[in-house]
Design a protein around this ligand. Sequence first.
Ligand SMILES: Nc1nc2c(ncn2[C@@H]2O[C@H](COP(=O)(O)OP(=O)(O)OP(=O)(O)O)[C@@H](O)[C@H]2O)c(=O)[nH]1
Ligand SMILES: [K+]
Ligand SMILES: [Mg+2]
Length: 433
Amino acid sequence: MRADETIFALSSAPGRAGVAVVRVSGPQAMAALKALTARVPEQRKAELAEIRHPTSGELIDKGLVLLFAAPRSVTGEDIAEFHIHGGRASVAGLLDALARVAGLRLAEPGEFTRRAFENGKLDLAETEALADLIDAETAAQRRQALRGLDGGIGRAAEEWRGRLIEALALSEAEIDFPDEGDVPAGLIARAAQIAGALAAQIGNTLAQQSGERLREGAVIVIAGPPNAGKSSFLNRVAKRDVAIVSPHAGTTRDMLEVHLDLSGYPATLIDTAGLRATDDPIEQEALRRAEARASNADLVLWFDDAAAPDAPPHNIAAPVWRVRNKIDVAPSSGADYAISALTGEGVDQLLKALGDWLARELAPAESALITRERHRLSLVDAQAHLSRAASGIAPELMAEELRLSARALGRISGRVDVEDLLDAIFGSFCIGK
Ligand SMILES: Nc1nc2c(ncn2[C@@H]2O[C@H](COP(=O)(O)OP(=O)(O)OP(=O)(O)O)[C@@H](O)[C@H]2O)c(=O)[nH]1
Ligand SMILES: [K+]
Ligand SMILES: [Mg+2]
């Protein structure tokens, strides 16, 4: 990647739309505006312009153009924006026109964000939060991502790193001037005290509920005997025919999942094969998978048929809610919820209870600092080095532990030691972001 190259891409979603936004970032952004509209708009002011092909002069579209001059732009470079009609041909025409401008090329996935990072507009944790915001499907996920974009774990890690560097300075003063009268006594003890306090604080953060589950959504598995109406329930909740429903026991083989927004919280609802003894090897494999999925679930909805109640097996680790289905054909008692997947009776109550449960389970995760495994591993690493630094070791060893800890913390915001992380993180973005 080279900063002297100017990149462009469709930044809004591909496909037909009212408006499409194409962004150009880099030193040739103004030249691109001039080449296509024969002028450069006033900074940060939308202007209506005729956008023409630079070689043929053909009119591509009339649209709004904007200029954000460096460094006051999202990437920190000159940015030109073209807001045009969101037709496939209009967008293709504009992208083709931009490709003809000298020094411009199509952006790679995540390249706009990567430039923002390299120009200090975002730290690495904020970059991750931006990716989360783009991916957020529910209100709670959006709030979590916004908190991350507002500093979150990156800011905390930098604060801790600042205090750690203070401790490092103390221990190095002790190493450099061990016997000098004007160096106050007990430097190493103070450094150890700071290290111990930081280790405890990071330990507290690690002990708090992590935000990962909110990012990914809770997993709710529908399990139960064949023909209990599991797939019928999934279809009703999804409001479309996701799963095949039939009176034939053993209809579902492959697990099917739908993503739900329940009271603003995310969940993945998974339909599984009906549990029963069978000789069919394919069905046995389906059952093995269903059981494995149920064992990793956050919640299991155990479905049975009002005409043939069936208790759940005892080896399910997750909390189990018993749901009795088909109450339209047989009266029911003894389950947590009674529904009819066919008529819809009782389904709203069950969904409401699931929404309340999700809110209880996931609300604390909204304010969690740690939202990714990467953050957790860096903090565990930083804490281990801090604990060793505080354990009364020689000043030289202590300084080394503090340095290692500072590096682990620095990896969170990405200000140091990150080259190898960059490709992985930016690669998860799409082109135009
Ligand atoms: N009367 C009545 N029939 C239902 C209800 N829910 C499902 N059924 C019927 O029960 C049969 C089995 O439904 P499915 O949704 O395929 O059941 P399943 O639990 O997914 O079955 P497997 O995938 O084979 O384990 C179908 O004929 C459905 O139409 C209900 O609430 N009331
Ligand atoms: K069935
Ligand atoms: Mg089924």
